[in-house]
Design a protein around this ligand. Structure first.
Ligand SMILES: Nc1ncnc2c1ncn2[C@@H]1O[C@H](COP(=O)(O)OP(=O)(O)OP(=O)(O)O)[C@@H](O)[C@H]1O
Ligand SMILES: [Mg+2]
Length: 267
C-alpha cells in the first residue's frame, strides 16, 4: 500500500480561512520515509496552516482546503480525524507546547497512548523516559510546573506514546534557550536514526533546522519559493543573507575592500 512514493505528500493545496483569506496558494511538499524535512519561513508564511491542513485541524478555525490533495502512506487523509491519523501512525505536536497543566507528567504521556490497542504502553513509556531522562525524574510532577523546555519534551513524549511512524512538529525551538534547542533537535535526530521516526518540522529558526534536516522547503506567502537538500540551502548565499543572518558582515567587508581599492586607484 505504501509503495515507493513519499510517506507524506502535499500537492498544490490552497487553504482559505473564513471563505475569504487565501493563506496557502498552491503549496507542494513531500516527505520521504525516514526523512527529517523542515518547513522554513517567517511569521505568517503559512507553516502552521500547512501543519493544520495535514492534520485536518482547520475546521475549528473556519479554515478549509479548497484545492489540492494530501496523501499519507499512499492514501488520501483529508477527512480523517486526529485519532484515525494517530492509529495510522501520524502524530502532531502543535505550536506552543500544550501539556495538560494539572495532570502529572506521566498522565500527560499516557494521554498520548489513547489510540493504542496493543497494550504495550509500558514499553513506550520506557522509550520516552530513555529519550528524555528529565521527564522520568519529574514524572509525578504537575506538567504546568515544568520549565518551557521540559514541557516541550513532555509534548514530544506524548506524541511518541502513540508509537508514530511520523511526527509533525510545529516550532520545536520556540522560546527555548539555544542549548535546549540543540538538545531537542539532537533528540529528534536520534529518534529518527534509532526508532525510524520520520519528521516534518515547521521552524522559524532556519539556522538550527538546516543543520538537522535532510531536506527543506522555504515558504513565503503560502507558497514554496525554494527547496533542496538542507546542506545545499545552508550554503546558498541568498538564504544565508536573508534567513540565516550570515554573510552580512562579509558583504560589508567586501564593500569596504572595494572602496579601499578604488581609493588606492584614485590616489
Ligand atoms: N484562524 C485564522 N483565520 C484567519 N487567518 C488566519 C488564521 N490563522 C492564521 N491566519 C493567517 O494565515 C497566515 C499564515 O499563518 P500561519 O499561522 O500559518 O503562519 P506561520 O508561518 O505558522 O507563522 P508563525 O511563524 O508566526 O507561527 C497569516 O497571515 C495569518 O494571519
Ligand atoms: Mg506558526
Amino acid at each position: 500500500m505504501s509503495g515507493q512514493g513519499p510517506l507524506l505528500s502535499v500537492a498544490g493545496i490552497e487553504v482559505m480561512y473564513a471563505r475569504l483569506a487565501l493563506v496557502l496558494r498552491g503549496l507542494t511538499l513531500a516527505v520521504p520515509k525516514g526523512g527529517i524535512v523542515a518547513l522554513l519561513g517567517a511569521n505568517g508564511a503559512g507553516k502552521t496552516t500547512t501543519m493544520k491542513a495535514i492534520a485536518n485541524l482547520l475546521r475549528a478555525e473556519r479554515g478549509e482546503v479548497t484545492k489540492g490533495a494530501i496523501h499519507y502512506d499512499g492514501a488520501r487523509i483529508d477527512h480523517l480525524e486526529a485519532s484515525d491519523l494517530a492509529r495510522r501512525g501520524l502524530s502532531l505536536v502543535m505550536e506552543g507546547r500544550h501539556a495538560f497543566p494539572t495532570l502529572s507528567v506521566e498522565d500527560n504521556l499516557k494521554v498520548g497512548a489513547f489510540s493504542r490497542r496493543d497494550g504495550a504502553v509500558a514499553e513506550s513509556l520506557d522509550l520516552v523516559y530513555r529519550t528524555f531522562p528529565r521527564l522520568k525524574e519529574r514524572r509525578r510532577q504537575q506538567a504546568g510546573l515544568l520549565s518551557g523546555g521540559e514541557q516541550q519534551m513532555c509534548v514530544i513524549g506524548r506524541a511518541l506514546m502513540a508509537r508514530p511512524r511520523m511526527i509533525l512538529l510545529d516550532e520545536p525551538s520556540m522560546g527555548l534557550a539555544p542549548l535546549l534547542v540543540e538538545e531537542i533537535f539532537a533528540t529528534l535526530r536520534r529518534l529518527n536514526a534509532e526508532e525510524g521516526v520520520t519528521f516534518l518540522l515547521a521552524e522559524q529558526n532556519a539556522a538550527v533546522a538546516l543543520r538537522y534536516a535532510t531536506y527543506a522547503y522555504l515558504v513565503e506567502s503560502g507558497r514554496v519559493v525554494r527547496e533542496g537538500p538542507a546542506a545545499a540551502l545552508a550554503a546558498d548565499p541568498d538564504i544565508r543573507a536573508s534567513y540565516l543572518g550570515l554573510d552580512a558582515s562579509a558583504a560589508a567587508d567586501g564593500a569596504a575592500l572595494a572602496a579601499r581599492r578604488r581609493l588606492r586607484w584614485l590616489s
